[in-house]
Design a protein around this ligand. Structure first.
Ligand SMILES: *Cc1c(COP(=O)(O)O)cnc(C)c1O
Length: 365
């Protein structure tokens, strides 16, 4: 049996007004996260009658939307976050893009949106990176952040899954996401992120909308980030607003909460678990009691903590704070050796400095 490829032909329509090279060089020299965008975007339309069609790479510009478009009312929206890296030999690569494509399909299924075949997802990203390749910055920690997303565009105010969607990919050059030190984290006892049966495992904008007030609350307590607990008992560690969380114990074990449906299955999380195994660490994916973390930080049983995700790779956690006290890891300021070692290995794979033994790298140009 011949399996039919879902790939589409992408019309390439270069912008008539590209950013001049010297201005572009200025823009990508030290970009603020998420504010500088490349010249182009990838767009693919979906309708129930035509399926995925009209695939193009075109000048980046506003998206015309009917005011009744369902995304504006019922938040049928999903997204992905991934990066293109410039390697030492001048090629440009992405990291496990098929995992992003798979997760995008899973998110779409949860939000009752159109299924986007993996091939089209990867084609759109690759074509955008190709045309905007000069926007991929060079240098440590720098990359081109890619933001694929899908919105429901059908103009209809009835509450039902839309029959029309738009898939778009935009890109922005980025430097390192956080500073090089440790972040402080507020443990939210007032807000939760996801409930069993909810949308916690889907990468949908609504999850972020619901987390913003908790993030703001964490800042009002002088912290950089927020950590959510389980919504049933407020007893177990779940994750941050946009990153997974891991702890190192003094018995050489890296522990992280299991993927039971309320936690976003991070691709960085998965890669770090593999790299930790490669280094001979033991891995536990098990429910983690927040009280145990606080007690363990004090007793020295919990030696390191970090958040992980595409944007920051690994963000070492210096301290966790809640109403009743503080948990400090190490001296609270200096990132732990294991956290830094895992970060170095992963970024070296992504930048082509270390052998890609797991086959994670996808070459574009
Ligand atoms: C995207 C995301 C992550 C991290 O996923 P990566 O694939 O590692 O970037 C973790 N938690 C949430 C809530 C996220 O949205």
């Amino acid at each position: 049996m011949v399996s039919e490829s879902a790939a589409l032909h992408f019309n390439i329509e270069p912008t008539s007004n590209p950013t001049p090279a010297d201005h572009r060089a200025d823009l990508i020299a030290n970009p603020a996260f998420g504010r500088i965008f490349t010249d182009h975007m990838a767009v693919v339309k979906y309708s129930e009658s035509r399926g995925w069609h009209d695939a193009r790479i075109t000048a980046r510009k506003p998206i015309p939307l009917d005011p009744a478009a369902s995304v504006l009312h019922y938040a049928q929206e999903i997204f992905e976050g991934m990066k293109a890296y410039r390697t030492g030999n001048g090629s440009i690569v992405t990291f496990r893009p098929e995992e992003n494509a798979k997760r995008f399909r899973a998110s779409a299924a949860r939000m009752a949106m159109a299924d986007l075949p993996q091939e089209i997802f990867i084609q759109a990203v690759d074509e955008l990176v190709k045309i905007d390749r000069d926007w991929v910055p060079e240098g440590e920690g720098k990359s081109l952040y890619l933001r694929p997303f899908m919105i429901a565009t059908e103009a209809f105010l009835g509450v039902k899954p839309a029959s029309e969607y738009l898939f778009v990919v935009i890109a922005c050059p980025v430097g390192a996401y956080f500073g090089s030190g440790c972040v402080s984290v507020w443990v939210s006892e007032d807000y939760t992120r996801a409930a069993p049966g909810g949308t916690g495992a889907a990468k949908c904008g609504g999850n972020y909308a619901a987390s913003l007030v908790a993030q703001r609350d964490s800042q009002s307590h002088g912290c950089d980030q927020v950590l959510f607990l389980d919504s049933r008992e407020q007893r177990f560690v779940e994750e941050m607003g946009g990153m997974n969380v891991m702890f190192l114990r003094d018995d050489n074990t890296l522990v992280t909460p299991p993927l039971t449906g309320t936690i976003l299955p991070g691709i960085t999380r998965d890669a770090i678990l593999q790299l930790a195994r490669d280094r001979g660490l033991k891995i536990e994916q098990t429910p983690i009691e927040i009280d145990e973390v606080f007690a363990g930080a004090a007793s020295g049983r919990y030696t390191e903590a970090f958040a992980c995700g595409t944007a920051a790779v690994i963000s070492p956690i210096g301290s966790l704070r809640r109403r009743e006290g503080e948990a400090v890891f190490g001296d609270g300021k200096t990132p732990g050796d294991v956290s830094l070692g895992l970060k170095r290995t992963l970024t070296e794979i992504q930048s082509g400095k270390t052998n890609d033994v797991h086959g994670w790298i996808h070459s574009i140009v």
